[in-house]
Design a protein around this ligand. Structure first.
Ligand SMILES: [Zn+2]
Length: 507
């Protein structure tokens, strides 16, 4: 129930009845195959906000917090900011980093009590050096800070590896409906709507989770087509049934070596646990029956580059998806496998982005219009190819800060560090200091490069870049490249997954 903590007799009726809802987040997608751990410094470089600091950068953006705030405006509750920690996908969190950020969140929640309820944004595929299910730990510990009866409603990423602890530690948990993820704010707004309905005693959510022993290939997790689109359609249909409040299909994240890896179906009903279990298990059974449709075998670099270079010109760029060096899944963004193959076949009109602070420093020192030879990329680890020798002319030096526009992360400002644009014989090479997924065309437009005018673009991603690039691309070719996000999970050595798990184990 809404609390009525107002003590002054002169308070207006509006003030007395206004709900106070805490909002916050602790977000990370952690990749066990990235060597460098994720530390507090990574959060400080990305988004680490205490209390009201989160409001100016996130209000009006396509983020969960943006959605919570939009709901506060529409539904008339007071959003009380607690703590928000968000870092780019990368290696496992250190124990210190995890504990520090969780303690900050808990302290901020305790400091804002009393509240009527709390809304939290998590990823669902966070992993640390010591905890199998840190997302579950976050929810369980935050809930322990709340007085009995104060509901906790949570949003998670589509790639969450859902767990029983996550589900049992909150009152409602809902995930994105899309991959590429274009509904973050909608998801936040929907979570807020569920919480308000709970507080008004309209609904009493009950949840059921079903997890078949299946981990879909990353490119088969696209929600626009294929088997995942079928599951999403089933979930949407189930939501039309009386008493079914929300159905989440979470694709899972294959690059965390933890037992909870895999696809999950989570149904929320209004006080009907049997119905929730039925919906979740029907989806899980369908996913399992369709398990072979969730495998994929994209072409390798040689074949993919040949197809890109022989594509008729004039219809927009051909995008090569460098799956193994998927920055949005934690890879370093300095993979050279496709660059090397382009150079071998003749890179005519290609655009390539590499994270390489050392090369950026050399370009800065040389200056605009200078010609220089560099070894670029392949410096973070031994999974993503060796450095490549290039000679080019510095066309532009920039601060690397841009504001996202369009269907994904609209309104957010991103910072890829100082950036150099080089004209190399036959192609354009963009070098940046910090790894940055290719999720938005503003990343290149802010450098005076129109992606639509390119012949071939290497995108360091699996699926997410499609939100930005599908509207301009002649064709997008998934490429089976090596790396910390390689598509075929059978290439990795896992120690802690639950087994059997398809496709590691055959049925
Ligand atoms: Zn995701």
């Amino acid at each position: 129930m809404p609390n009525t903590r107002c003590s002054t007799p002169n308070a207006s009726l509006f003030r007395i009845s206004r709900m106070r809802i805490a909002i916050g987040g602790f977000f990370h997608e952690s990749n066990s195959f990235c060597q460098a751990p994720t530390t507090l410094a990574d959060y400080e470089r990305a988004r680490l906000y205490a209390g009201a600091e989160m409001l100016p950068p996130l209000r009006g953006t396509d983020t969960e917090i943006g959605g919570f705030l939009r709901a506060a405006d529409h539904l008339g509750f007071e959003a009380v900011p607690t703590s928000y920690a968000w870092a780019w996908p990368a290696g496992l969190l250190t124990g210190d980093c995890f504990r520090t950020l969780l303690d900050r969140l808990k302290a901020a929640v305790e400091a804002c009590l009393p509240v009527d309820g709390i809304l939290l944004s998590i990823h669902g595929a966070l992993a640390t050096e010591a905890d199998d299910d840190p997302d579950g730990t976050i929810l369980a510990e935050v809930r322990s800070c709340l007085p009995p009866g104060v509901p906790l409603v949570v949003t998670c990423d589509f790639h969450a590896n859902l767990s029983p602890l996550m589900v049992s530690s909150c009152d409602a948990l809902i995930g994105y409906r899309t991959y590429p993820h274009v509904d973050l704010a909608d998801c936040g707004e929907e979570a807020a709507g569920l919480l308000v309905r709970m507080l008004q005693d309209e609904i009493r959510p009950t949840m059921a989770l079903a997890k078949p022993p299946l981990m879909p290939h990353i490119v088969r997790q696209r929600t626009a087509d294929g088997p995942m689109a079928e599951l999403m359609a089933m979930a949407r249909a189930a939501e039309q049934e009386p008493g079914v409040l929300r159905v989440t299909v979470a694709g899972g994240f294959a690059y965390a070596d933890v037992p909870r890896v895999g696809i999950g179906a989570l149904a929320i009903t209004d006080g009907d646990p049997d119905r929730a279990a039925d919906v979740a298990h029907t989806l899980a059974d369908t996913a399992w029956e369709r398990r072979r449709a969730f495998t994929a075998a994209p072409p390798g670099p040689q074949e993919a580059v040949r197809r890109a270079l022989t594509h008729p010109a004039g219809h927009g760029p051909v995008v090569l998806s460098d799956i193994g060096d998927n920055v949005g899944g934690g890879s370093p963004g300095d993979g050279t496998v496709l660059l090397r193959e382009l150079l071998r076949q003749g890179p005519r009109g290609a655009l390539v982005l590499l994270t390489d602070p050392e090369a950026v420093a050399a370009a800065l020192q040389a200056g605009v219009r200078a010609r220089l030879s560099l070894r670029v990329g392949g410096k973070t680890d031994c999974l993503h190819g060796d450095p490549v020798e290039v000679t080019g002319r510095v066309r532009l030096l920039a601060d690397g800060i841009f504001r996202n526009r369009g269907p994904m992360r609209d309104g957010l400002v991103d910072d890829q560090g100082r950036t150099a644009v080089l004209d190399v014989d036959g192609f354009t090479l963009v070098l940046c200091e910090r790894k940055m997924p290719q999720w938005n065309l503003q990343q290149f437009r802010s450098l005076g490069i129109d992606p639509a005018d390119q012949r071939v673009i290497v995108c360091k991603g699996a699926v997410a870049h499609r939100a930005a690039y599908e509207p301009i691309a002649a064709e997008i070719i998934d490429v089976d490249t090596p790396g910390a996000c390689a598509g075929d999970m059978r290439q990795f050595h896992y120690e802690r997954l639950r087994r059997p798990l398809y496709p590691l184990d055959e049925w």
